[in-house]
Write a protein that binds this ligand. Structure first.
Ligand SMILES: Cc1cc2nc3c(=O)[nH]c(=O)nc-3n(C[C@H](O)[C@H](O)[C@H](O)COP(=O)(O)OP(=O)(O)OC[C@H]3O[C@@H](n4cnc5c(N)ncnc54)[C@H](O)[C@@H]3O)c2cc1C
Length: 418
């Protein structure tokens, strides 16, 4: 079976490795960028996806330069604790939660794709610009920067080309650009002193603004950590990935969050010390009624981009990849496999997309602010412990990353060649 993947992000590369592991050897990934550049800041991979990386033999490569996240702690802007919970191994999962640089994860997946499928399996400078699909026949056209094109006939085309997916646009030509909620995010990484446990994710917020901090690397000799931070607040700024003056970005952040006091972190020094600050609008996608049309399907952000709350973007892309490969290996009919993939994944991702529009588990911060806008000294005056625990547990069950499920569900690994 010839399988073509558009996009070499985490979804596309995880799909390539998973398909090879499931016995499919004619797999090619086409990437629009001219090279696999180490782009991106930090992201979190929840234990359900780390389990899949482990089963693909990638755990050592990925966690070599990652932090095993041990706790999630949520605070008011002034640093009063609202909620803390154990994460990963500390919470009893058999696999860790990893805070990792996106670039490292992409590079580890790309190396494994090439090791398994050969150097020619990842074609760069090849942007999908055309797609034709009729029953029994799928053709994709890829264009390079010099204007030359290449047409590929394939049995299956997987659109793993991210939130601005060309494959999705071909399937849903009237959809238009991703909607935004009017929030702007600033992001950066900077070396600094370890805070809290040194393996903590801290989230501060009120009813509109957020600050997220977690380490993604550690220098064992100096004890310093590479802190990944995200600041988000309402206000639209025109450009998607701005190159505007760093000083202006710093001013904007400190104007909105300058009086916030994250525990054990000097926020002003953190922002001032960050060499490169990126700015993005917060965007997602509406849930789709269908991902699969004949021999074409969607995966990762192309299928279900969601707001970045709850660490699910990359996590769910890995799960998509494994479920798709597993279903293709189980069914002799590709159409039945794609239906099974979509039946399993789409309803779950629709729920998660909706939940992330109210910022998933972080909505406790919104609730805390609304119930006690003037602040509080003891969270038990604002919430019962049961209420907070139920919000966290309910979100984990929605995303199928609760501990019972992750630790005990059957493996998605298959044997045999195809
Ligand atoms: C450059 C970049 C940096 C990011 N940084 C972060 C970060 O710091 N933190 C975070 O949490 N998330 C980040 N993300 C998003 C995060 O990686 C994704 O939400 C998640 O991993 C799901 O991945 P995906 O593979 O579905 O999509 P993506 O990661 O968006 O990957 C899609 C890939 O498809 C390629 N592509 C796009 N259009 C075409 C086309 N027409 N033809 C062929 N290829 C195409 C893109 O170049 C990209 O390599 C980043 C994404 C990108 C592209």
């Amino acid at each position: 079976m010839r399988i073509t993947i558009a996009g070499s992000g985490i979804a596309g590369l995880a799909a390539a490795v998973s398909l090879h592991a499931a016995g499919f050897h004619e797999v090619t990934v086409f990437e629009a960028d001219p090279g696999l550049r180490p782009l991106g800041l930090g992201l979190n991979i929840l234990p359900n996806a780390v389990r899949e990386l482990a089963e693909l033999g990638l755990l050592d490569a990925v966690q070599r330069r990652a932090i095993r996240t041990r706790e999630l702690a949520m605070y008011t802007p002034r640093g009063t604790l609202v909620w803390r919970e154990d994460r990963g191994l500390a919470a009893g999962y058999r696999w860790p939660q990893l805070s990792v640089s996106r670039a490292r994860l992409v590079m580890a997946l790309a190396a494994e794709t090439r090791r398994r499928l050969g150097d020619g399996a990842v074609v760069t400078d090849a942007r999908l610009v055309g797609l034709e699909h009729t029953p029994g026949r799928t053709r994709a056209v890829f264009e390079s920067r010099d204007g030359s094109t290449r047409t590929v006939e394939t049995d299956l085309l997987i659109g793993a080309d991210g939130i601005h997916s060309a494959v999705r646009a071909a399937l849903y030509p009237a959809e238009g650009p991703p909607p935004t909620n009017g929030v702007t995010m600033y992001r950066g990484t900077v070396w600094g002193r370890k805070f809290l446990t040194g393996e903590s994710m801290a989230v501060l917020g009120d009813d509109q603004r957020r600050l997220v901090l977690y380490p993604i690397d550690r220098d064992e000799t100096t004890g310093r950590t590479l802190i990944n931070w995200v600041a988000a607040f309402p206000g639209q700024r025109s450009e998607a990935r701005s190159t505007t003056d760093a000083a202006e970005k710093r001013k904007d952040i400190l104007r909105h969050l300058g009086d916030w006091t994250p525990p054990e972190v000097d926020l002003a020094a953190l922002i001032e010390g960050t060499p490169d600050i990126q700015r993005y609008p917060m965007i997602d996608r509406d849930p789709l009624p269908r991902w699969t049309f004949g021999g074409v399907t969607l995966l990762g952000d192309a299928a279900h981009a969601m707001y970045p709350a709850g660490s699910n973007g990359a996590t769910q892309a890995v799960i998509d990849a494994r479920v798709l490969a597993w279903q293709l290996a189980r069914h002799s009919d590709a159409g039945a496999a794609l239906r099974a993939y979509e039946e399993e994944r789409r309803p779950q991702m629709t729920e998660l997309q909706k939940s992330n529009r109210s910022l998933g588990p972080e909505r406790v911060l919104t609730m805390a602010h609304r119930r006690a806008p003037g602040g509080f000294s003891d969270v038990r005056d604002v919430f019962s412990a049961e209420e907070l625990a139920e919000i966290s547990r309910g979100y984990a069950v929605t995303g199928k990353f609760d501990q019972d499920w992750v630790n005990t569900r059957p493996s998605l690994s298959v044997g045999g060649g195809r």
